[in-house]
Every structure is written in C-alpha cells, then in structure tokens.
Design a protein around this ligand. Structure first.
Ligand code: ADP
Ligand code: G3P
Length: 556
C-alpha cells in the first residue's frame, strides 16, 4: 500500500457519482474522508405519464464529462496527474439498452422508481404458485416488484421495436447506469468494457445471489437472452482505462458500487451487525450480514454489500423506502406549502408541537419495504378543521421516521439482535427536527455523519484498494474518523408504541387503493401477439395494426 507517491505527492482518487437527481465528479486524497474538489449537475427526470420516470442516457454521459472537465480544470494539471484511479457509484436498478455498434440508446433509461411495469409484475405473479411475491427470493434475494431491472428490461423488449430489432441483429446491450458509463468511458463501440459489479447485478432480479452469476431460471422466466447482459465482476478491480479524448484519459477505473452499498462502505460498516441509513429522495437502510446471506422473512431484501477482488462477497439486508425527501419536494412543488426546502421545512414543522394526529403515508407509487404493495397510494389522514400545512409538513417528516421504524422492526426480527443505534447520512439529515423525530420514533440514538459525501467516499475506498492500484487501506487502524453528532430519544416506550400503532393503521388505509388491472395478462398476450408480427407489416400497413390493436382492446 503506497498512500504517497515517490514525488511526495498524495495519490488522488476520482469518483463519478451518478445519483437519481444529481451527477457529481469529485476527488479524494487517498486515505482521507474529505473531497478536495467536486462539481455537480442536476438532471430533471422525464415523466411522459403518471408513474413513469425516465432519463436520457446521453445526458447522463454528457453531465459526467462536464463534471470531470470542470474538476480537472479546477484542480490544475499538476494535481490531475496524481489522480491514479476512478470509481463509479450510481443509482441502482435504472435500466438502459443501447446498440453496441453505434453506442446510441434504444430508449430512455427507465428509472428505478418508475412503475410502468406493474402489469408485468401481475403477469409474473399470475404464473407463480399462490401468487407469492417472495417466490424467487431464495434465488435472487428480491421480491417481485417493478423496482428491479428485469421487469424494466422485459418491458423494453416487449414494447420497443428498436430493442427487439437490435436483439435479433445481436447488437443490443443492457446495463445499469454503472455499466452504461463504464462501457462509454472505456471505448464505447471501440472496445468498451461491458461489465457490471456484483452489487449492481444483485439489484437486477437476474443474478443468483449465491453463485453471483446470471441465473438461467430467471433468464428464462423473463425470456431475456444472456447475450444482452454484462459480465459480473467484483466491486474492486481494474475493469479498464479511460478512452482517449476524455478527461483523465488512460486513468484506470477500479471500483464500482451501487450508491447505497457505497454509502455502507463510506460509513466503514465492514463488520457484521453494522448498519447505515441514507436519507435522500428515498431512504435506504443496509445492515451488514457478513458472508451469510440472511433471507428475510419480514419484507427486506438480500443484497450484495460489496466484494473486494477475489475475496468472498459480503452481504447485506436492505430496507428500501421509495419516498422520503421526495415527500417534502412534493409538498413544495405540488402543494406549494414550502418555498425553500432547506430553509423552510424545519422551521415550518416546528411551528406546531405535534402533527395534531395527522398521518401522511407517501405511497405515491406503492410501498416498498417491508410491504412491497404496488396497490398502495398516498394518503393524509386524521385531518380536522384544526389541521394546517404545518401539521402536514411535520407529518411528512414523521412519515420518513415511521417508514424507517417499519424497516428497523423487520431487520430486528430477521437478525435477532436489535440495532442499538442508527448511523445516518444524506442531505435530509441536515434537518435537526427530522433527526430528533427519528430518535423519538425508533427509541434508539441516531448518529449523524458530518462528512460531505459518504456515498462517494465508499467507492473511492474500493477503487483505491483494488489490486494493482493499492493506494487505500480500507482496514487501516489509523484512519480519519467521520465527525458525527448524536440525537437521543426523548420519548417513552408507551408514547412511541401508541403513535406507531396509529401509523400502522394509516398504512392499512393506504393499501389496496389501486386494483390490479384485470386485463394484465391479456395485455401481455396482446403485446406478444403484436411483437410477433414481422417488421415489414409495419411498413406496409401501420393502419392495419392500429385497427388490430383497437379490436384487441375491445376484446378485454
Ligand atoms: N432540510 C431538509 N429537510 C427535509 N428534506 C430535505 C431537506 N433537504 C433536502 N431534503 C430532501 O432531500 C432530497 C434531496 O436528495 P438528493 O440527494 O438531492 O436527491 P437524490 O436522492 O434523488 O439523488 C429532496 O427530495 C429534498 O426534498
Ligand atoms: O440516487 P438515489 O440516492 O436516489 O439512490 C437511488 C437508489 O440507488 C435506488 O435503489
């Protein structure tokens, strides 16, 4: 391990952090937690329909390039040459397909929180004994849900003629955001590396959680040809070098981690029993279970936490909450209750001392862990003539805390040993009231990390420790400790439990709001029928197809 170069300069490690809303490129000094430079660009999602969420993969790529350019010119040529490697961390599950001969995407990226595949889920469930959504959990660790990539990829194959055409021509590639970036950064159509890491692969619903290879049973369930899929590698190894013509050309890329797994590393949760929760648009609690794959019986997912080179994979239990900060954003953008999230949320919520018995279940697109109910929709209940926007804002903050308690309860049951404290990070944790409510609702201390970017730090560590790079000793005894502060519970157990019981009642009222489309299976068959019609028919008579589609529509 050589933290310092022969010329006396510190090694630097660059990180591409491609989050759902924000693309960042930042640079760390090896062995240190603080970034020396960073540049970010926000990306707006494209929402063609209610429940849909897309991004332009080219815009993601352009934003990465711009961020790298900015940081390179900010730190100057002298320091740039000390950047010895790069790591990639990314929003997980988001699904991209492109043509390997042109590098052009065949459709927009379908983002993880897009629920267009609800009907695909119904079709898959209809084929499973007892419609059991946990049927594949022993194979891939995940429940059947539109969240995971396989459902999005199946939708793309069924609905986008260009995808089917590229599959027939054997030019179609699939990837999550890490793969899309790696392929482009290492050469694109000219030899780009088509790889992913185990953490991202573990979110596709296609990887066998035990063998860490693509699973043939799952591939055949989804009818996905393996040729589309990237090779699965570890989270820390040299995958390739940056192509010529890009900033930092020839610098190796040696770390890839899904962003929640990266935050787990950023918190140095290396030991079994250590956990963290990241509060951003969504909220994701990961609990390190070591080399054991703990299969949850209480609604959590089993996921790969990380795998360093040839070392055995380390697993985690995850509680994924789809809507956390996004509920606050909704109160600002859709309700007009808040002007400036950062400045107003806490002060408005503090204008009242309680929510006045108002509960807000922000199940905008269904509920993830531990419920996995795509039929749930958002509700605000307990309203009286006395309720104000302040009560609702406070209830939105509490909803994040109650959802976290839901996940914690499940985790404690699955693991047997209750968590004694909660390590937290993410932009939402700057809200002190939220932190205090979280401690009061869970009854355990909440320890807030003060490092600027724990998520990016995790993959910087992985990239820096990779064989052949070796500038970061992740297990070093002497390392920077992340400064933190702690919020202690001030509630009694009785108060906590009474309020939590009320929350559970509110959750019950949010369930079953959307009835599964009774035509789901037929819809699927219709698409298959349409998909099987040769392309020439489209050319000869698209009008004929329209008539056929209308006729079939009337049939169901
Ligand atoms: N002080 C705050 N109080 C409450 N919510 C906040 C606060 N600051 C930011 N948020 C919420 O956190 C989210 C920002 O997360 P961010 O990291 O930018 O996005 P993403 O998770 O999509 O990458 C927004 O949804 C916002 O509503
Ligand atoms: O980019 P974020 O912080 O919204 O993270 C999204 C998660 O990776 C989705 O699983």
């Amino acid at each position: 391990m050589q933290p310092i170069q022969q010329n006396g300069h510190h090694h630097l490690v660059g990180v591409i952090d491609a989050g759902t809303r924000t693309i960042t490129f930042c640079v760390f000094v090896s062995q240190h937690i603080k970034e020396v430079a960073a540049h970010s660009i926000d990306l707006e999602p494209i929402t063609p329909q209610e429940g849909w969420s897309e991004q332009d993969p080219m815009k993601i790529l352009e934003a990465v390039k711009t961020c790298m350019d900015k940081v390179v010119s900010e730190i100057g040529a002298n320091k740039v040459k000390n950047i010895v490697t790069i790591g990639i961390t990314n929003q997980r599950e988001t699904t991209i397909v492109w043509d390997k001969t042109t590098g052009i995407p065949l459709y927009n990226a379908i983002v993880w929180n897009d629920i267009r595949t609800n009907s695909t889920v119904d079709v898959i469930l209809a084929k499973i004994p007892d419609n059991n959504k946990n049927h594949f959990k022993s194979v891939c660790g995940l429940p059947v849900s539109p969240y995971f990539s396989a459902f999005k990829l199946k939708w793309l194959i069924q609905h986008v003629p260009a995808v089917r055409k590229a599959i027939r021509a054997k030019t179609c590639l699939f990837g999550t955001v890490d793969t899309w970036l790696l392929w482009n950064l290492t050469g694109g159509p000219n030899g780009g590396k088509h790889l992913t890491d185990v953490t991202n692969a573990s979110r596709t619903f296609l990887m066998n959680i035990e063998t860490l290879y693509w699973d043939s049973q799952l591939l055949s369930t989804f009818k996905i040809p393996q040729a589309l899929l990237p090779e699965i590698r570890s989270s820390a190894e040299i995958y390739g070098k940056i192509r010529d013509g890009w900033p930092l050309e020839k610098v190796p890329i040696s770390g890839i981690l899904g962003n929640q797994q990266s935050a787990l590393l950023g918190h140095s949760c290396f030991r079994e029993g250590m956990a963290k929760s990241t509060y951003r648009s969504g909220c994701f609690l990961l609990y390190n279970t070591g080399t054991s794959r703990v299969h949850s019986s209480h609604g959590l997912v089993t996921t790969v936490a990380y795998k360093f080179g040839d070392e055995p994979a380390i697993y985690a239990l995850e509680g994924s909450v789809a809507v956390a900060g996004a509920a606050i954003k909704w109160l600002r953008d859709n309700m007009g209750f808040i002007k400036n999230i950062n400045e107003d949320t806490e002060s408005l919520a503090k204008e009242v001392f309680t929510t006045g018995d108002v509960y807000f279940v922000p199940a905008f697109k269904g509920l993830f862990a531990p419920y996995w109910r795509q039929d749930a929709r958002g509700i605000i209940c307990g309203l009286t003539a006395f309720s104000t926007k302040q009560h609702i804002i406070r209830a939105a903050l509490e909803s994040v805390c109650f959802q976290t308690r839901d996940v914690l309860e499940a985790m404690n049951k699955d693991c047997g040993i209750p968590l004694s404290k909660l390590n937290v990070d993410g932009i939402m944790t700057t809200n002190n009231l939220l932190m205090q409510l979280q401690a009061d609702i869970t009854g355990i201390p909440v320890v807030r990390a003060h490092a600027h970017d724990i998520t990016a730090l995790g993959v910087a560590m992985a990239a820096g420790m990779a064989k052949g790079v070796e500038v970061w000793d992740v297990h070093a005894e002497e390392r920077d400790l992340i400064p933190n502060d702690t919020f202690l519970p001030t509630s009694t157990e009785d108060e906590r439990d009474t309020r939590y019981t009320k929350w559970k009642m509110a959750v019950q009222r949010s369930l079953g709001w959307v009835s599964p489309k009774k035509s789901a299976v037929m819809t699927e068959e219709r698409y298959q029928l349409l998909a099987s019609i040769p392309g020439s028919v489209f050319a000869i008579s698209s009008f004929g197809l329209l008539v056929l589609a209308q006729y079939l529509n009337k049939e169901v």
